[in-house]
Design a protein around this ligand. Structure first.
Ligand code: F6P
Length: 539
């Protein structure tokens, strides 16, 4: 137990009797607890903290040697110790003029070479020069990938749809991830095989979900065209991977392959060639704006003093809530429909990174780590799970994410809709913090109409949702995750916890194809027998 940790425990005891509405009601609360970086405001004034807690959290960061840990990350040291490699997503957004040598290799020039190749592909697609097997230009692009090879591009494409340049308006983007083929089978009914291009995205090129969807896509092309596999793959597939030899063995040709590097974690990979669907959607300039926004947050993370450093502060507030306020549920609530996929994206980023209980040195972690994180577009969630936030028995911390400006130059009813979303966002943050006191009508209410409040929240307000600001926002969360991992002493860049299930599934595929001769636990055997029975004894 460090000195700062003990002090924070004492502060938690000191503040425990105080309701958030009392904490909020202090001079300069908003001024002292809201922080800015370019077009982003981070408002922590609805957190259960005071100036002393803030100082103790900053002392904790120093005690945990955060400054050197940040340097280690950004300079490409092997911070991913269990896989003995760097985690250099920040290098993917460095400008061309920068230099960074990692493991005896200059990475920035490689990164920009890949960006240039992406640009060639994007231009060919936009200009109708990428043609299918009958010579027609591409009209539909289907990204096949899962986890980090799906969630980031999907989220960004949805969030930045309005920034599509003229050249991409004739191209429809689709995302397919589900292993059972349900998304793909529906989509294939609508698509024209002559004009459909598949982007096969897999860092490892070994993910069964993705390979199974890809095999179905190839079958479909063959059935429709009667042509051979090799030719179809060449014209209808772009591969994106860090395992090029496996991709080539699968049938992709080097000319249609975009590579990235082992030091790019899957859930940190949207900045690499995995972002190709984003570049197809918003053009290469839009993609470069996204990278520039993230790079700006990287610089801020590297250079700003911790007392004003947005990712560091966001992380420390999380530590306070989880480890000192005993809050283990975290809701992500965007008040903008364009960010519909942000909660799912952050679920992977946070829970796959920090859902750990073993430390860097292999010892068990004594304290709680990553909370359960989930979310939904805020206004929709108001009609679904906010009841629990307001009157349930769970303590929940919330992140409200909202742009201040939207629909500039658009008709007034849409402007009014944005006002409506803003008002609801502010209202919910206020009610969660203050409870009944949010309405000063003096009316006495029965118990079932009472609101306790005291639920802490952060408001992240963007001046507007642009590719640049979105890049900053995503990098903010990436660095927040890293800071929390440093404080907890865990490696956020591996994901061993997802491996065993894959192996056991492989084993069970064989069992599903045999009617006997296997011995699992009684629960699994019971289901296997039931499946055999329902399928008519082994067919
Ligand atoms: O199974 C988890 C995981 O490895 C994620 O970490 C990753 O984002 C996803 O699968 C997809 O992996 P790949 O890009 O190698 O297909």
């Amino acid at each position: 137990m460090t000195q700062a940790w003990s002090k924070l425990e004492q502060s938690a005891a000191r503040l425990s009797a105080q309701h958030l509405r009392e904490l909020i009601d202090t001079d300069q609360r908003f001024e002292s607890l809201s922080f800015r970086h370019e077009g982003m405001l981070m408002d922590l004034s609805r957190q259960r903290i005071d100036a002393q807690v803030m100082n103790e959290l900053l002392a904790l960061a120093d005690e945990k040697q955060l400054p050197s840990a940040i340097k280690a990350l950004l300079q490409g040291e092997h911070v991913n110790n269990t896989e003995d490699r760097a985690a250099l997503h920040s290098a993917l957004r460095l400008p061309k003029s920068a230099q960074l040598r990692v493991d005896d290799q200059e990475v920035v020039s490689d990164v920009h070479k890949t960006l240039d190749r992406m640009e060639q592909f994007v231009n060919q697609i936009h200009q109708g020069q990428w043609r299918g097997y009958t010579g027609k230009p591409i009209t539909d692009v289907v990204n096949i990938g899962v986890g980090g090879s799906d969630l980031g591009p999907l989220m960004v494409c949805e969030a930045t749809h309005q920034f599509r340049p003229e050249a991409s308006l004739n191209i429809d983007l689709h995302f397919v991830s589900s292993m059972d083929g349900s998304q793909l089978s529906n989509l294939l009914l609508e698509l024209d095989s002559e004009t459909t291009l598949f982007v096969l995205s897999s860092k490892s090129f070994g993910t069964i979900d993705t390979l199974a969807n890809a095999a179905t896509a190839v079958d479909w092309l063959q059935e429709r065209s009667g042509l051979n596999r090799e030719l179809l793959i060449k014209q209808h597939f772009i591969g994106v991977t860090a395992a090029p030899e496996k991709a080539v063995a699968w049938g992709l040709s080097e000319e249609t392959l975009l590579e990235f590097w082992e030091w790019t974690g899957g859930r940190y990979s949207l900045w690499s060639a995995i972002g190709l669907p984003i570049a197809i959607s918003i053009g290469m300039q839009g993609f470069r704006d996204l990278l520039a926004g993230a790079h700006s947050m990287d610089k801020h993370f590297e250079e700003a003093e911790f007392a004003n450093n947005l990712p560091v502060l966001l992380a420390l507030i999380g530590i306070w809530n989880i480890n000192f306020q005993d809050i283990h549920a975290h809701a992500i609530l965007p008040y903008d429909g364009r960010l519909a996929h942000l909660p799912a994206y952050l679920e992977q980023l946070e829970m796959e990174s920090n859902g750990k209980s073993v430390g860097i040195d292999g010892s068990s972690i004594a304290q709680r780590t990553c909370p359960i994180l989930w979310g939904e577009i805020g206004p929709n969630a108001q009609h679904a799970f906010y009841q629990l936030l307001h009157q349930g028995t769970e303590r929940v911390m919330c992140d409200f994410i909202v742009p201040a400006r939207r629909y500039v130059d658009r008709e007034s009813s849409l402007q009014e809709q944005h006002q409506l979303a803003l008002a609801n966002c502010l209202a919910q943050a206020r009610v969660l913090a203050l409870g009944d006191a949010a309405l000063t009508d003096g009316i006495e209410r029965p118990p079932w109409q009472r609101y306790f409040g005291n639920q802490p929240s952060t408001v992240l307000m963007l001046d507007e949702l642009t590719p640049y600001n979105l890049g900053s926002l995503i990098a903010l969360y990436e660095h927040k995750v890293y800071v929390q991992a440093v404080i907890w002493g865990i490696n956020p860049f591996d994901q061993w916890g997802v491996e065993l299930g894959k192996k056991v599934a492989n084993d069970l595929i064989t069992a599903l194809n045999q009617s006997a001769n296997h011995q699992y636990d009684p629960a699994t055997e019971g289901l296997l027998n039931e499946i055999q029975h329902l399928r008519g004894n082994g067919q």
